[in-house]
Design a protein around this ligand. Structure first.
Ligand code: SF4
Ligand code: SF4
Ligand code: SF4
Length: 298
């Protein structure tokens, strides 16, 4: 049987420790797959692998121990299954996200829809550096977005309806950051401590806490691995369309300016982070520099 070589260049085709075998990584934005898709993958794993599958840290599935001679056939069948071969090299790799507003009671944004929209536009784009994008629906950051080259976190700025607070203290109880105190019978916010998680907004029985708006914090330059690094806060934007627009601008910038061989986190100082930040913010309508944000009152 003739072996197909071109397909080996795909990022989702990973040569194993035993170089005669290959692991196939599958594209699964937000780690979401239907039961039919899972069945399709299981069938292929049984027929062309050892019947085993592996769940990765980037919310993808892998079929290990595949004979490379069958790659072309498997690729076609995975396409038909709606679960094409994924990516692993210097590319935009699988977009990860937490359940967000689809399932989590703490979420401030629809993470899964956002992950799928980013995937549609950008997945697999060849880059000078590997680009990982991680999304979390709130500052609990269950998917560690700040350890990705680009991170997105859903936040809410709390604002209290003036004059109506009963001083009951529920918001104080629910704020894990100890950012709220009752003073003179009403709640008062310490903006420095507030991480804009929105728990107080959800906790007020009297519905007195509103949010100015839920919004998206975008971070850049994080990484996992042997020298982990927390990403830097870049900007906040208010809509999903703006997030996608901003990420496109970041990707364009990195594509043009970064060079291969080192991760973005290692290059950000040389690439002049401040210049990068100002340039991106100036291109995204209504974007604000990241920071505590104008949580005007509580
Ligand atoms: S990051 Fe927040 S919204 Fe997402 S799963 Fe964790 S707690 Fe829920
Ligand atoms: S939004 Fe701020 S004040 Fe409200 S619970 Fe979260 S950290 Fe505390
Ligand atoms: S803001 Fe709401 S929860 Fe907090 S003290 Fe006032 S009434 Fe109670």
């Amino acid at each position: 049987m003739q072996q197909e070589f071109g397909i080996h260049m795909k990022g989702g085709v990973i040569t194993e420790r035993n170089p005669d075998l290959t692991t196939i990584r599958i594209r699964a934005p937000a780690g979401s797959l239907t039961t039919d898709q899972l069945r399709g993958i299981a069938t292929l794993a049984k027929k062309y692998g050892t019947g085993e599958i592996h769940c990765t840290t980037r919310q993808t599935i892998e079929i290990p121990h595949v004979n490379p001679a069958y790659l072309k056939t498997i690729e076609a069948r995975l396409e038909k299954n709606g679960t094409p071969i994924g990516s692993e090299k210097d590319e935009i790799v699988n977009i990860i996200s937490c359940p967000g507003t689809e399932r989590c009671k703490y979420a401030n944004i629809d993470t899964i829809n956002l992950a799928k929209r980013i995937d549609e536009k950008l997945f697999g784009k060849v880059m000078p550096v590997k680009m990982r994008i991680g999304i979390s629906g709130c500052p609990n950051a269950c998917t560690s977005p700040m350890l990705n080259e680009i991170g997105v976190i859903g936040r809410i700025r709390p604002i209290r309806t003036p004059g109506l607070c009963t001083g009951c203290g529920f918001c104080v109880y629910y704020c894990k950051e100890k950012a709220i105190k009752i003073r003179n019978g009403i709640s008062e916010l310490n903006e420095e401590k507030c991480v804009q998680c929105g728990m107080c907004v959800k906790s007020c029985w009297f519905n007195l806490l509103k949010s100015a708006h839920s919004h998206y914090l975008i971070t850049v330059g994080g990484r996992r691995g042997r020298h982990p690094k927390i990403g830097r806060e870049l900007m906040t934007v208010e809509t999903e369309d703006q997030v996608i627009f901003a990420i496109n601008k970041i990707i364009d910038w990195v594509y043009r300016r970064a060079w291969s061989g080192r991760l973005l986190s290692e290059q950000l100082d040389e690439l002049q982070f401040e210049k990068f930040r100002d340039e991106i913010i100036s291109k995204v309508p209504k974007a604000e520099p990241a920071g505590p944000g104008p949580a005007k009152s509580l």
